[in-house]
Design a protein around this ligand. Sequence first.
Ligand code: 5GP
Length: 192
Amino acid sequence: MELLKERIRKDGVMKPGNVLKVDSFLNHQMDIELFNEMGKEFKRRFEGVKIDKILTIEAGIGIAAIVAQYFKCPVVFAKKSQSINLDGTMLSAPVESFTHKRKYEVIVASKFLHPDENVLVIDDFMANGCAAAGLCQIIEAAHANVAGIGIVIEKGFQHGGAMLRGRGYRVESLAIVDEMDPETQTIRFRED
Ligand code: 5GP
């Protein structure tokens, strides 16, 4: 998605440790006009695929909420910790955080994922694929179907995308970064 790539080139900051910071339009301040364009692009890429629900994790709520307007479906977000507001049967999966380098559980109340529902996973970044794999595990534990995985920025030099495509999931990433250099602040994208 050219508009997104241009924005990453303009405002993205590459940090040591393979981290791309895009907090001026995606991860802290959010550019809703750009989110709308991303929603249209995900809808175009998943045209003809039946999607009943979107599943994301807490950090992806903003993006998923805008994207869902194009799919006209509800959004469920996986919570990161048990709380007294979570009741009933829970589905959970372990996730190792790429940015915080720690393990946590993602939790979804089973009443919000039904057998045979077609669920689209949406997340902001894909690095090692742990977050997306955890969400897929939860969907399958609910006997629902993973309709696809929609990622805003995939770091193609990390192995998450290849691992999940290898498992047979359809992964659509709006921008795939193949190389980035924090010293020179240069970035190379995969051609669409
Ligand atoms: P994974 O589970 O694929 O290793 O990492 C994905 C999660 O880590 C995403 O949900 C995202 O929050 C975070 N993440 C991974 N890499 C980056 C990055 O380069 N920049 C930012 N801002 N977040 C990242």
